[in-house]
Design a protein around this ligand. Structure first.
Ligand code: ATP
Length: 220
């Protein structure tokens, strides 16, 4: 395997319970890959292992290049401006130049001086994506893009991600409860069920798979 991210035979156990069981997954370079699954399937555990926050019991994780993470819940500094929140994303790489991010996400330029805490959920999600881009990543891990956001806002975010992906060479791993959105946006997808990869393949094929439509797409 030679993807931007290769996860091989990953197993994570919490006291007694197995959260991930022999999970293998690849994110191809310059592609968008989705990980979908119900509550408790193990998605957060996989993101934590990828971000180095928990140590797997078994398996390997290989990331080629720099990985940046858009965390579930955005995690803004609410009293700081959008501009300062973005700069925090460039802290590790000593990048203070926000101009390229404003070029990629022009909606952010209009709100650059606003307090992050005064923004809508959709705007905050955009700031969280911009902040991750400040690290000049090769791989972007987006945890629950659509959580808590109105459908119209999600559509706008998806448009931005499509443009971003067309403009910049970037591998994206999208962890998402909204399977329809994930399969529509991404090239490949993995379905996680009770800690195991139940299905994977091209997103378009999974979107037509009766097992996926019945369990994740409301039977349509
Ligand atoms: P959600 O969408 O609700 O966050 P998830 O797919 O991210 O769900 P995980 O949070 O990764 O799922 O949890 C996977 C399994 O591991 C669940 O059964 C959960 O109860 C269990 N689990 C998660 N964290 C811990 C922990 N710290 N200690 C024990 N069990 C845990």
């Amino acid at each position: 395997m030679t993807g931007a991210v290769d996860i091989g035979n990953l197993t994570v156990r919490y006291a007694g319970a197995t959260a991930l069981d022999d999970v293998s997954l690849s994110v191809a370079e310059n592609e968008m890959t989705a990980l979908i699954g119900a509550n408790g399937a193990g998605k957060s555990t996989l993101v934590k292992a990828l971000a180095g926050l928990i140590r797997p019991d078994q398996g390997t994780i290989t990331v080629r290049g720099r990985l940046a993470h858009v965390p579930e819940g955005r995690e803004m500094f609410p009293d700081m401006t959008v501009d300062d929140n973005l700069r925090l994303g460039g802290w590790r790489t000593r990048n203070r130049n926000t101009a390229p991010v404003y070029d990629l996400l022009p909606d952010l330029a209009a709100i650059r001086s606003r307090r992050a805490g005064s923004l809508s959920g959709g705007q905050q999600q955009m700031v969280a994506i911009g902040r991750a881009l400040m690290a000049d990543p090769d791989v972007l891990v987006i945890d629950e893009l659509s959580l808590g956001l109105a459908p119209m806002i999600v559509t706008a975010l998806v448009d931005h991600l499509r443009t971003l992906h067309a403009t910049r060479e970037l591998a994206v791993l999208l962890i998402e409860q909204n399977a329809r959105l994930a399969l529509d946006l991404c090239h490949h997808a993995y379905v996680l069920e009770s800690g195991r990869i139940a299905l994977h393949g091209p997103a378009a094929a999974l979107a037509r798979d009766p097992r996926v439509t019945a369990a994740y797409l409301g039977g349509h």
